[in-house]
Design a protein around this ligand. Structure first.
Ligand SMILES: Nc1ncnc2c1ncn2[C@@H]1O[C@H](COP(=O)(O)OP(=O)(O)OP(=O)(O)O)[C@@H](O)[C@H]1O
Ligand SMILES: [Zn+2]
Length: 927
């Protein structure tokens, strides 16, 4: 086998590494911790998966901090190309294999277990065998030497496939022992069964069976005999028992008859008692009826009814007549009652009428009296009103006088005011008022005159305003001109005085001012005069208004006076009328009172009628009560009569019933006498004796029969037992035959297993002997190569894989006694010998995995490293296709065909692989 290429992704310290490997010797080189061992582990893991991890788990393999890892290996084996691919994934803190595929030239195998099984078959070694033979792991250089001989034997046997033979041998031995156990068991069984057969044959079973059967026949005969006799006794018993039973039944019937007779007797006397009671009741009812007859008679005479009053209640034969008499009495009572009730109804109506009349008359009286007093008060009111009117007439007369005086006074006042208008007006300057030429103002013109005067005054005021404004303008112009003149300039145009044409204008203006002031004064005087006049005319206008008011006043008073005069004559008429009315009212009232007194007398006579009616009605009521009592009495009498009748009938019924009972009673007495004469005591006594005897016999014969039956069952059981034993004997004989056959078969099986076991043991011993011899030869060849210059002569490997080293002086040494370096080399020699043995094979050459050595130089000095190099060389010469040596030691590189340098990137902490060539190695050596 040859590893062609390995690719690692996130495998431990490798981020992404891809390396191709050649045939021949490859040295993997690098400093501590750079990832050399990991590369080899990668190859191992690719082949065997988790089995390659020893005590570690899948998650250790995934680069810390990463989730997934991928490992791919391409290799050639026996001339055929293979490819393994494994993917791992972290789930939580556990890693699982998510993909595992082995591609062979013919098929593709999936699943970690199937892939491992295929690899194991292909390389003919499992993971353990791989590390024991091809792959010398770091620190395991002394593995084979330190192992005990038996462990070593196991290891080497396993490598040489001898372990399987041992396993087969053991299985054969187990089978043999198993068969032996079964066989022994069966032999024991056989012995046992044979003994049983013998015992049974000794028992003389057929004779016993014959004796038992004749005994059985005897017992059956005896049983039949007793059973016939028993049947006869049973019959006797039953006959006697019948007689006794019949006797008992008769006794019972007699007793029942006694009871019935007693019962009838007591019933008869009970009914007699009831008859007696009924008789008593009839008597009581008759007494009561007599009492009622008396009462009836008295009542009928009271109400004076024409009916038969004498009724003889004692005589039963008169019952029908009495009923007829009662019927006619009731009819008479009824018609009388009806008549009385009709009369009472009439009286009640009359009573009602009289009452209504009294009430109505009373209300008439009351109304008449009310009317009379109303009229009286009306008369009084009319008189009072007449008095009032008389006093009002006095007042009115006074008021008329007063108003006439007031009228005269107003006429005087009006005259005074009128006189003012005839006075002459005070003189005023004629020029000041343009349109005022009249000196007096007529009554009624004052208002218009005043308006004209006020309009004049307004005009005047406007004119005064205009003049005042002119004066102010002229004054300003004069002032300005004076200033300019002082500056030597023309006051009109502002030019220098010499050239100005307007210098004398100032004096003109002063003249104009004086003129205007004069005019102003005149106008103001004029206005004062006008004001005075306005004042006078205003007072005239006031007088004018006063006259209007007074005249209006005077007219009102005159009108009122007229009205008053009319009122006075009306009132006088009214007063006369009222007085006449009052007299009339008084006369009417007198009439009404007289009428009321008359009505009062008629009410008194009506009250008398009322008393009479009530008296008659109470008499009627008494009579009706008596009549109703007559009805009650009649009813009770007829009830009593029918009660008596019923009781008499019932007594007759009871009489008949008792007669019947007496007849039945004598019948029962007859029957009792008959029954008593039926049985004689002797017959009963004989039956009793017979029954007792039969019972005794039956008891005894039953016991005897029971005994016989038991004895017969016992004998029959014994017969059954003997028959069963005979059957068993037959079965046992069959069984002996069967067990004998089985033992024979087991014996032959046991012999076969024994032969097989021996064959496997022989085969293994033979093969081991052969292997040991070959291994010993190969080992000595290698040993000579490694220790040719040292003091060791040779090495011996015995059949039990015990190793002994011989010095040149012939002294023997245990491998443990060698130095550390010697032991390492010795072990490597042993490993190489085993590898060669396997490679060359027991029967012809077999393809082997590469020889992988991880740090084999640890315990070696430089001289021995040279010897290691020659060991490696010799292996190559012996035809090992591919050797991979890991070492950080540079001395080994001399033997290398190619070099792989492993370096760890300090920043990313990931390892990288580089392929180097021998010239580089020279450089490294020269360092
Ligand atoms: N799961 C992992 N992820 C990342 N790095 C890891 C993981 N497992 C191991 N390592 C690291 O891999 C590195 C390589 O170890 P390895 O044994 O291959 O080194 P080496 O080159 O054989 O060294 P030496 O010469 O000492 O034997 C170690 O530094 C270790 O810390
Ligand atoms: Zn000028």
């Amino acid at each position: 086998m040859k590893v062609d290429r390995i690719r690692l992704l996130n495998f431990k310290c490798y981020g992404d590494a891809d390396l191709e490997l050649d045939r021949g010797v490859t040295v993997v080189h690098g400093v501590n911790g750079s990832g050399k061992s990991t590369l080899l582990e990668g190859v191992f893991f690719a082949l065997y998966g988790s089995k390659a991890l020893a005590d570690r788990t899948l998650d250790d393999v995934i680069t810390t901090g990463e989730e997934e890892s991928e490992i791919e290996l391409w290799f050639t084996h026996d001339g055929r190309a293979y490819h393994v691919e494994r993917h791992l994934k972290l789930r939580g803190d556990r890693a699982t294999t998510t993909k595992c595929v082995l591609e062979t030239p013919t098929e593709s195998i999936e699943g970690a277990r199937d892939v491992r099984r295929e690899v194991t078959t292909l390389l003919r070694m499992d993971a353990e065998a791989f590390v024991n033979c091809a792959y010398v792991r770091q620190g395991e250089v002394n593995k084979l030497i330190h192992a005990s001989p038996s462990d070593r034997q196991d290891m080497i046997d396993d490598l040489l496939q001898l372990g399987a033979l041992e396993e087969y041998r053991e299985r054969a031995s187990d089978a043999r022992l198993g068969v032996k156990t079964v066989l022994d068991g069966q032999r024991e069984v056989l012995e046992n069964v044979r003994q049983q057969v013998e015992e049974k044959e000794d028992g003389d079973l057929h004779d016993r069976l014959n004796a038992l059967e004749s005994r059985n026949a005897e017992l059956t005969k005896e049983l039949d005999n007793y059973e016939t006799q028993r049947e006869q006794a049973r019959e006797t018993f039953e006959t006697a028992n019948d007689v006794l039973e019949r006797h008992a039944e008769t006794r019972e019937e007699i007793e029942e008859l006694d009871e019935e007779i007693d019962d009838f007797r007591s019933k008869i006397s009970e009914t007699e008692r009831q008859r007696e009671d009924a008789h008593e009741e009839i008597r009581e009812k008759s007494d009561r009826r007599e009492e009622l007859d008396d009462e009836r008679e008295a009542l009928l005479s009271d109400v004076d009814l024409d009916v038969d009053r004498n009724v003889n209640s004692d005589d039963g034969d008169d019952g029908d007549d009495t009923e007829d008499a009662d019927g006619s009495t009731l009819e008479a009572v009824e018609s009388r009652t009806e008549t009385l009730e009709d009369r009472d109804d009439e009286l009640r109506d009359d009573l009602e009428d009289v009452r209504v009349e009294i009430t109505e008359t009373n209300s008439d009286i009351e109304r008449l009296r009310d009317d009379a007093s109303d009229l009286e008060s009306q008369a009084e009111t009319a008189r009072e009103d007449a008095e009032d009117l008389a006093s009002k007439l006095e007042t009115d007369k006074d008021a008329i006088e007063e108003r006439e005086e007031k009228l005269d006074e107003l006429d005087g006042k009006i005259e005074t005011e009128r006189e003012r208008f005839s006075e002459p007006e005070t003189a005023t300057p004629p020029q000041s008022v343009s349109d005022s030429d009249g000196l007096s103002i007529a009554l009624g013109d004052a208002e218009a005159a005043l308006e004209a005067l006020e309009a004049d005054r307004e005009d005047l005021t406007d004119k005064i305003g205009d003049i005042t404004a002119d004066i102010r303008t002229i004054e300003n112009a004069i002032e300005e001109g004076e200033t300019l003149l002082e500056e030597g300039k023309c006051p009109e145009c502002g030019q220098s005085v010499e050239d100005s044409p307007h210098v004398d204008v100032l004096s003109e203006k002063r003249d104009e001012l004086a003129e205007r002031r004069e005019t102003l004064e005149e106008r103001e005087t004029e206005r004062e005069a006008l004001d005075e006049r306005i004042e006078r005319v205003e007072s005239l206008r006031e007088a004018e208004r006063q006259v209007d008011r007074l005249e209006e006043n005077r007219d009102n008073i005159a009108r009122l006076l007229e009205e008053k005069r009319e009122t006075i004559s009306d009132r006088r008429e009214q007063r006369e009328q009222l007085r006449a009315d009052a007299e009339e009212y008084e006369a009417d009232a007198e009439d009404k009172r007289e009428r009321a007194d008359e009505l009062e007398e008629s009410v008194d006579s009506l009250r008398g009628d009322l008393g009479e009616i009530n008296g008659e009605r109470s008499e009627i009521r008494e009579m009706l009560e008596r009549l109703s009592r007559v009805v009650d009495v009649e009813t009770e009498r007829s009830e009593l009569a029918s009660g008596i009748e019923t009781l008499r009938e019932r007594r007759d019924d009871w009489q008949t019933m008792n007669d019947e009972r007496r007849e039945t009673l004598s019948g029962k007495r007859e029957r009792k006498r008959d029954l008593e004469s039926e049985f004689d005591d002797e017959r009963v006594e004989t039956a009793r004796q017979d029954k007792r005897d039969a019972e005794d016999y039956l008891e005894k014969v039953d016991a005897k029969l029971e005994d016989l039956r038991e004895a017969r069952t016992e004998v029959q059981n014994e017969i059954g037992a003997v028959e069963r034993e005979l059957e068993e004997l037959e079965e046992l004989r069959d069984r002996v035959k069967a067990v004998e056959a089985r033992c024979e078969r087991l014996q032959s099986l046991y012999d076969e297993a024994e032969t097989l076991q021996a064959t496997y043991a022989d085969l293994r011993a033979e093969l081991r002997q052969h292997n040991v011899e070959t291994l010993d030869r190969l080992l000595n060849e290698t040993f000579e190569l490694v220790y040719q210059n040292d003091s060791y002569a040779g090495i011996d490997l015995d059949g039990e894989y015990r190793l002994t080293v011989y010095q040149k002086d012939g002294e023997a040494l245990e491998p443990e006694q060698l130095s550390g370096g010697e032991r390492a080399l010795f072990n490597l020699s042993l490993r190489c010998a085993i590898y060669r043995l396997l490679a060359e094979g027991v029967e012809g050459a077999a393809p082997m995995p590469p020889l992988i050595l991880d740090e084999p130089t640890v315990f070696l000095d430089s001289g021995h490293i040279t010897q290691l190099v020659s060991l490696v060389e010799s292996m190559r010469e012996h035809g090992v296709e591919q050797i991979v040596v890991v070492s950080h030691d540079e001395e080994l590189v001399g033997a290398a065909d190619s070099l792989v340098r492993v370096r760890k990137d300090a920043t990313s902490n990931r390892s990288r692989l580089e392929r180097g060539r021998p010239p580089e190695i020279d450089l490294l050596v020269s360092d």
